[in-house]
Design a protein around this ligand. Structure first.
Ligand code: NAI
Ligand code: MG
Length: 539
């Protein structure tokens, strides 16, 4: 297979955020001739500003049953450009009534619509077509994502959009492979009787999906891909901070030819539209990504009709560096583990544990990386890190910085807001921290890492696991025994060894402990979107 190789200037990890131990970065998901052509075009041509500004300046509506409608209340809400704090667009503000209408449309499409009569192969082709359309519009989506979320356009272009395309392609392949088993049964109380027993995997039904703002398009893909591959219908509520790419994706679902009502998209606030979706008595399953706090509210809301629940929640992931390591790789890896996406990653390597003999070198190295990161508007390709998504997140992260410093932590890089316009924070490295501090215990969700030395490996395991979260972990060492032993001891859904932030549509992702329930991606996610029916026939 042809392979595209990008020779990004050092540090490549900070540009794109996927760090590997050595060598240049390869993006295996950009492999087909069509993809190469699109990418080459995207890199050469100027951003389709007209298309983007035309879309942004539209009146953004709610997608219900294949039609774009105003909110039942007539209300709209603003989405902001986080680089400037200015209003970017007005969006219809969905609430309970809009959720009711969307759920009704999804129910009808599930029970009576053409969707349930499609063959698996036809379903697969529709999802694949959606992926092609998304890829054809890569540059526009990257631009929209960068405007609405603040992340660098070059990152959205190289990571967010291609990963979403790849996810849909991967999931389209599963549509034709949702299989049950034939099961030999014994039935001790029916001597001599013979049975044919088998299982069927069927769609759960109407699925509500609530997603966050840190990877708006990619989170929509992670949710929609498996739900549709397994034959469900969906009501998706994007985050109020970043509704634009989900709404544009809604147009592509229509263009691809998905039947009306299969994908409904209701932008709005969490406490209103989100809560109504989570509590809705005719929703069979709710899938949520966001804060652990809201994850618990979702669980309560779901209790009314005992809808199925999957949750992808917060993290406070340990990233462990041993003294035998290749220093440059580990330093670059530790920096990108926390600074990628401005630290707004549930799996960010936010607790850096370094063997004490190399602690100062690693901390100095990560601080040097932090100081070199150019912070500024994501629209300007010379910048490496954009703003946080909102004023709320800016205040939250700055609050953590103040709390850490007031408790005795010291910032060896960063430590405060960057500039006074937009929601920028300086990449920050904190030392002199301990396990009791909020900055070590709680998810900050900003570009802030706490560096902590360790000596005894057994003590390290305890410390690394001393968290209510268990989403991810990183290990940097040249000793393979040490690496795999520690990988088995860490209570985390993902462990990266000599790399960090490596994602793939085929690799399951999700949390132990309070980081969540269930897994996204891989074949594991299909279980979250199917019911198992046991069929038993007397022969
Ligand atoms: P959040 O959990 O409030 O928002 C995530 C999604 O849930 C949004 O679509 C929101 O509208 C919705 N939501 C909020 N309240 C809801 C409710 N009562 N019922 C149903 N849906 C509801 O997260 P927020 O406030 O944006 O960020 C707060 C913190 O959450 C961050 O600082 C970070 O620590 C964490 N977070 C974690 C994410 C992850 O990827 N696991 C993503 C975003 C935030
Ligand atoms: Mg919230």
């Amino acid at each position: 297979m042809p392979e595209m190789r990008y020779n990004f200037q050092q540090p490549p990890q900070l540009l794109i955020g996927f760090s590997v131990a050595r060598g240049s970065l390869r993006l295996h998901h950009l492999t087909s001739a069509r993809q190469e052509k699109n990418m080459a075009t995207a890199l050469k041509i100027a951003p389709p500003e007209d298309k983007v500004s035309r879309f942004v300046s539209k009146t953004h509506k709610i997608l219900i049953n294949g039609k774009w409608a105003d909110a039942a209340s007539g209300k709209t809400f603003p989405t902001y450009n986080p680089a400037t704090g200015e209003v970017l667009a007005q969006v219809a503000e969905g609430d309970r009534e809009d959720i009711n209408r969307a759920v009704k449309a999804a129910r009808t499409a599930f029970e009576n619509g053409p969707w349930s009569r499609l063959t698996p192969s036809e379903r697969a082709r529709l999802i694949y077509k959606l992926a092609d359309l998304l890829e054809d519009n890569l540059e526009e989506f990257a631009e929209l994502e960068s405007l609405d979320n603040g992340k660098p356009l070059k990152v959205a272009r190289a990571a967010d959009v291609p990963l979403a395309v790849d996810l849909f392609r991967y999931m389209s392949g599963w549509a034709t492979k949702i299989e049950g088993n034939t099961i030999p049964i014994s039935v001790p109380y029916a001597a001599g009787a013979k049975f044919l027993a088998y299982t069927l995997r069927e769609p759960v039904g109407v699925v509500g999906q609530i997603i966050p703002w840190n990877f708006p398009l990619l989170m929509a893909a992670w949710k929609l891909g498996p739900a549709l591959a397994t034959g469900n219908t969906v009501v998706l509520k994007p985050a109020e901070q970043t509704p634009l790419t989900a709404l544009r994706l809604g147009e592509l679902f229509q263009e691809a030819g998905f039947p009306d009502g299969v994908v409904n998209i209701v932008p709005g606030y969490g406490e209103t539209a989100g809560a109504a979706l989570a509590a809705h008595p005719d929703v069979d399953k709710i899938a949520f990504t966001g804060s652990t706090e809201v994850g618990k509210l979702i669980l309560h809301a779901a209790a009314g009709n005992l809808k199925k629940v999957s949750l992808e929640l917060g993290g406070k992931s340990p990233n462990v560096v041993f003294a035998d390591v290749d220093l440059d790789s580990a330093i670059a890896g530790a920096a990108s583990a926390i600074f990628f996406n401005h630290g707004q990653c549930c799996c960010a390597g936010s607790r850096l544990y370094v063997e004490d003999s190399i602690f100062d070198k690693v901390v100095d190295g990560v601080a040097e990386h932090a100081n070199k990161i150019k912070v500024g508007s994501g629209q300007d390709d010379s910048n490496d890190m954009g703003p946080l998504v909102s004023a709320e997140q800016l205040n939250r992260v700055c609050g953590y910085l103040e709390s850490g410093i007031s408790e005795g932590a010291r910032a060896v890089a960063g430590g405060s807001r960057h500039g006074d316009k937009g929601y920028f924070v300086k990449p920050t490295v904190l030392v002199n921290t301990n396990e009791k501090m909020k900055v070590v215990r709680e998810e900050i969700f900003g570009p802030v890492v706490t560096a902590i030395p360790f000596r005894d490996p057994a003590e390290l395991v305890k410390q690394a696991n001393n968290s209510e979260y268990g989403l991810a972990a990183g290990i940097w060492t040249r000793d393979i025994q040490k690496a795999h032993r520690l990988a088995s001891q860490l209570r985390a859904g993902t462990v990266w060894i000599n790399c960090y932030n490596i994602f793939d549509a085929a690799l399951p992702f999700g949390g132990y402990k309070q980081s969540g329930w269930g897994r996204e991606m891989g074949h594991e996610v299909l279980e979250q979107y199917t019911e198992v029916k046991a069929v038993c026939a007397a022969l």
